[in-house]
Ligand binder design. Structure first.
Ligand SMILES: Nc1nc2c(c(=O)[nH]1)N[C@H]1C(S)=C(S)[C@@H](COP(=O)(O)OP(=O)(O)OC[C@H]3O[C@@H](n4cnc5c(N)ncnc54)[C@H](O)[C@@H]3O)O[C@H]1N2
Ligand code: MOO
Ligand SMILES: [Mg+2]
Length: 691
């Protein structure tokens, strides 16, 4: 199984000055930053640098050798980086100390570093770096100046994973061919056939799908129509294959890299669509509570609308052939039920909008087209009216019976959504539909997990380590606002028994479970093992190539003879939980509720970005507020800091901008410049741009 490999690093700062006063050292911070940057640039998750040791020692050959021995022979670090002691001064002994320890030298790395430095300064010629391998560890020596050390390391760091993996015996599953080619390209190394052969044992992955064989493309092109015929399904759990940590084991035996393949957002959508069961049909009353349901039957009109000949205006019912002239007012028809006296030629009747025409009347004249000819003596009633309008046509200003809708007409088709606009409820109500068949909406349970999580409105201030529960109120609100019934499942402690009890209870009450927290690599991350090992559930995916939301987990749990119930275990980080709710859970809820086709997914639009947006190694769902500008175009403004912990990044956000992973954009661009257009997934109402 391919997985992220940690490449461990030791930073050995060789400097008399820094050893005497650690505060003077700048090398550790500088190199840590270079390594962090290198991690950020890694275009897939097959490896990651991890700085495990940092030590500052004086320019002392024995001390240098002692550390190198410990870090390579005992700790088997992947890489040791020394800084300092590479010049011509008497105390400069690092190259000598290191050379004596090497099993193999690596003159290529030395050339690489020197060549890069010489481009920057001729003084590079004054440095005497060495590099090589001791046991499983690659060792490089950098100059003492932080600037020089940084430049040297930057010049080779992209090729170092390859060197380290080979030095450690080369695991052919670690780096896939795309990764090596990318490294070569990034480092400007020609992929000559020789180099290719040399690498081949690393990148022929023997049919095993590597992490990004499934792709890391951003998730906007995700629209699947519920199962279907798109990309091949990524690997999911095979029968009986348990990948999660065994909770009965010691922490030392937990996974050190995720056993779950990293799949693309697109594939995650496809898996959700496939595993979500068919919607159930139920009868529901036609009232305000019907909003958000999908009709499970065609609905036909049982009655005609209008059910009688009705006036469209306020005026006088006439016989249309009578023409202009003065006529006696023989009756009144208000919009109210009741018997009406028939009208004969030569007579008229006062009538209001919506009122039934008297039998015999064939048209209505608007009050504006008439004049009073004679009133009663007290002046309170009209006796005679002069009709001024000529050339009336039959049924002018009249709604004929069934002219809006006839008995038996198809009102709404199976699959129609009863929207919050109200039109469909109105249509059903207008023909007296009292009850309709719709698809059942799933009831959704929302659970927070974590020993540190406390009720958000607890009055006492927080003790160290405590965190207010923002995920549960957020998700309960979002579930409700999307028209689904939400059940508050509370907070479960990070204890297997507790989680088991809460989930067991939830499975009996709700159709879909959402949990947050406890899905990543920590020993207290219990969701995956509990789903798999306690509930015999199937984890369909446990990692998705996206930011935020990498550890998003989707599983189904068998329940008696029933259809397995879906459980979405979202990451604990608040922005991650909220984004992944919209991206994965909402479509699943909609599918269960009978939505089909593109309606299952969030709507997409092309928007113009207002600021430069920096790209991440993972496809990113950048939170933004999009507005309609004066020309009707859409502009997007970032909500600011996008760290997964920052729920503030969701404040006023109505869209998720789909930013490609760095590796997806050509010409080494690292940002989307302002003014460019990107795809946005709409999660809230659009507003008009402030002027
Ligand atoms: N060694 C690794 N560590 C982590 C990885 C990794 O790949 N390797 N992934 C990181 C990513 S990405 C994420 S996202 C998080 C996900 O963590 P978990 O889902 O396991 O969540 P927790 O560890 O329980 O909590 C993370 C974070 O969120 C806070 N939290 C949790 N629940 C709530 C809540 N209801 N309301 C507010 N805040 C909450 C929690 O206190 C933590 O700060 O893992 C990374 N680690
Ligand atoms: O993917 Mo995590 O969601 O970065 O924070
Ligand atoms: Mg965790």
């Amino acid at each position: 199984m391919s997985a992220t490999k940690e490449l461990t690093v030791g930073l050995l700062i060789v400097s008399d000055t820094a050893a005497a006063d650690h505060a003077t050292d700048r090398a550790i911070d500088t190199l840590t930053a270079v390594i962090a940057e290198a991690n950020a640039q890694i275009h897939n998750n097959s490896y990651e640098w991890l700085v495990e040791e940092r030590r500052i020692i004086p320019d002392d050959k024995e001390k240098i050798q002692e550390k190198i021995k410990d870090w390579s022979d005992n700790k088997a670090l992947s890489l040791i980086i020394t800084t300092g002691g590479t010049g011509f001064a008497k105390r400069d002994v690092t190259p000598e100390a290191v050379s004596e320890m090497l099993d193999k030298t690596a003159s290529g790395l030395v050339h690489g570093m020197l060549a890069a430095s010489l481009k920057i300064t001729p003084f590079a010629i004054m440095s005497r770096p060495v590099a090589g391998v001791r046991r499983d560890t690659v060792i490089i020596t950098l100059p003492g100046s932080p600037k020089g050390a940084k430049e040297n390391l930057e010049s080779i760091i992209k090729l170092l994973p390859h060197a380290c993996i080979q030095a450690a015996g080369g695991d052919s599953r670690v780096i896939h061919s795309g990764g090596i080619k990318k490294l070569e390209k990034e480092a400007g190394v020609a992929a000559s056939s020789g180099a290719h052969d040399h690498h081949s044992h690393l990148y022929e992955s023997g049919g095993l799908a590597s992490d990004d064989a499934v792709g890391m493309t951003s998730g906007c092109g995700h629209h699947h129509h519920g199962g279907g015929h798109h990309a091949p399904t990524p690997r999911t759990q095979q029968d009986g294959e348990l990948r999660s940590n065994d909770l009965t084991g010691d922490v030392t035996r937990r996974h050190r890299s995720s056993p779950y393949p990293m799949i693309s957002v697109k594939e995650a959508h496809k898996l959700v669509a496939e595993k979500i069961s068919a919607p159930e049909v139920v009868k529901r009353k036609v009232d305000a509570g019907l909003v958000g349901y999908i009709l499970a039957e065609d609905v036909k009109a049982k009655e005609s609308v209008p059910a009688f000949r009705a006036s469209i205006v306020d005026g006088y019912a006439v016989v249309h052939t009578d023409g202009v002239g003065i006529y006696p007012v023989v009756g009144v028809s208000h919009a109210a039920p009741g018997e009406l006296k028939p009208l004969e030629s030569g007579q008229i009747a006062r009538i209001t909008t919506g009122a039934p025409l008297p039998p015999g009347a064939t048209a209505v004249v608007m009050v504006e087209d008439t004049r009073i000819a004679k009133a009663t003596d007290d002046g309170k009633e009209e006796l005679e009216i002069e009709i001024l309008a000529s050339g009336l046509t039959e049924l002018e200003n009249v709604r004929e019976i069934g002219s809006d809708m006839k008995t038996g007409d198809l009102l709404l088709r199976k699959g129609a959504e009863i929207t919050a606009v109200g039109g469909e409820v109105g249509l059903l109500a207008s023909v007296g539909a009292a009850e309709v068949a719709v698809y059942k909406k799933p009831v959704v349970g929302v659970l927070s997990t974590g020993d540190e999580i406390v009720q958000h409105d607890r009055a006492e201030s927080l003790s160290i380590g405590e965190v207010r529960d923002s995920n549960r109120p957020t998700l309960l609100a979002a579930v409700n606002a999307r028209g689904f019934e939400a059940v508050d499942l509370g907070i479960a402690k990070d204890q297997p028994g507790t989680l088991e009890d809460v989930l067991k209870d939830a499975l009996s009450k709700v159709d879909v479970i959402i949990t947050t927290g406890g899905v990543s690599m920590g020993e207290k991350d219990l969701l995956k093992p509990t789903i798999e090992r306690t509930f015999n559930g199937t984890i369909h995916f446990g990692r998705v190539a996206m930011k935020p939301g990498k550890p998003t987990t989707f599983a189904t749990i068998p329940v008696n003879d029933d259809i397995p119930k879906p459980i979405f275990s979202l990451p604990g980080n608040p922005a991650s939980a909220t984004v992944t709710f919209h991206l994965f859970v909402l479509p699943a809820l909609r599918q269960l509720a009978g939505f089909i086709g593109d309606d299952v997914h969030l709507a997409k639009a092309l928007v113009t970005v207002e600021q430069d947006l920096v790209l991440d190694p993972r496809p990113e769902y950048h939170r933004a507020a999009i507005r309609i500008d004066r020309s009707g175009g859409l502009v997007a403004r970032s909500t600011g800091g996008q760290r997964s912990s920052r729920i503030g990044s969701m404040e006023a956000a109505n869209a998720l901008l789909c930013l490609p992973a760095i590796s997806e954009v050509g010409d080494k661009r690292t940002r989307i410049p302002r003014g460019d257009k990107v795809e946005a997934l709409i999660i809230g109402e659009l507003k008009v741009l402030d002027v």
